[in-house]
Design a protein around this ligand. Structure first.
Ligand code: ADP
Length: 269
């Protein structure tokens, strides 16, 4: 049956005796597909009403209305923005889940991509005056899907901004060696307890529910990171120590590295 999905397990017992167990997981797979389609459709349908609501709220907020009313409207505007972020991340996640691999690889100028992320992070960090440094120690670029990698890398950098206090140091790095390419974001913030680390990339998993939802995140960030990396054959490593800080490291296989293209404008001079 071409529509049947089987999961094989080999159980070893005794001296060289092996048992092959095949389990029919077709129903499970169909259910998972139904769930994915539902989430994708629901998020898509929520976009239009949210845009309409945001439009009206913006107009109302410009009117000369009594203070309590304006306060309420401004709360509604904030919550609408939160819902829009949620819907955006849910849509992105369902798109990422719909196929195992990226469709096509394009050469990415890591230097430009990380500069852009650093700039966006500095805007987010404005009032906290964190130090966000960029350390590019490589002569290799990466092959991949640029918009997906922007989402993954920026999620890690924005998390560092959100979950560390004012004046913290955040270090963004890109290194390459014979084993592959390594993108990392390290901070000297509060750190994460070891017991949370294995579950951190689950959807909506949060260490501190109250603080995290205040932070402006959707709870889907690390789940998005995990999926983007999987689609690139890469893996995420998390190192963290309470009171010392956290490091999120993305390891890319060596076959995704390319020689840095020499910028034409530089050779002209
Ligand atoms: P959220 O939208 O809540 O940020 P994420 O999936 O991006 O969702 O992150 C999951 C949780 O991991 C966060 O709620 C936060 O508790 C924790 N976390 C992520 N990055 C850091 C960090 N750099 N320092 C401390 N905690 C972090």
């Amino acid at each position: 049956d071409p529509n049947m999905t089987l999961l094989y397990n080999i159980i070893q017992f005794g001296e060289g005796d092996r048992l092959l167990v095949a389990r029919d997981i077709s129903r499970l797979k169909r259910l998972e597909q139904t769930r994915q389609t539902f989430v994708a459709n629901a998020s898509h349908e929520l976009r239009t009403p949210l845009t309409v609501m945001r439009g009206y709220l913006e107009t109302f907020l410009e009117q000369d209305l009594p203070r309590p009313l304006l306060r309420g409207l401004s709360q509604m505007q904030q919550q609408t923005q939160r819902m829009e972020s949620l819907v955006r991340d849910l849509l992105l996640l369902s798109r990422l889940e719909s196929s195992q691999q990226i469709q096509s690889e394009e050469p990415i100028e890591i230097h430009h991509l990380l500069k852009r992320i650093q700039r966006d992070a500095l805007i987010l960090s404005a009032e906290k005056q964190q130090q966000i440094t960029l350390d590019l120690d490589a002569d290799k670029d990466l092959l991949g899907q640029e918009s997906e990698l922007y989402s993954a890398f920026s999620n890690l950098v924005f998390n560092a901004v959100r979950y560390t206090p004012a004046q913290s140091e955040i270090r963004i790095r890109w290194q390459t060696d014979s084993s592959g390419g390594h993108f990392s974001v390290c901070d000297n913030g509060p750190g994460i307890e070891a017991m949370h680390l294995p579950r951190l990339t689950e959807r909506f998993y949060r260490v501190d529910e109250g603080r995290s939802s205040e932070s402006g995140g959707t709870g889907l960030g690390l789940s998005i990171v995990k999926h983007v990396l999987m689609r690139h054959g890469a893996r995420l490593e998390i190192q963290s120590k309470i009171g010392q800080g956290s490091c999120f490291i993305c390891h890319f296989p060596a076959d995704l590295l390319t020689q840095v293209e020499i910028d034409a404008s530089e050779t002209d001079n």
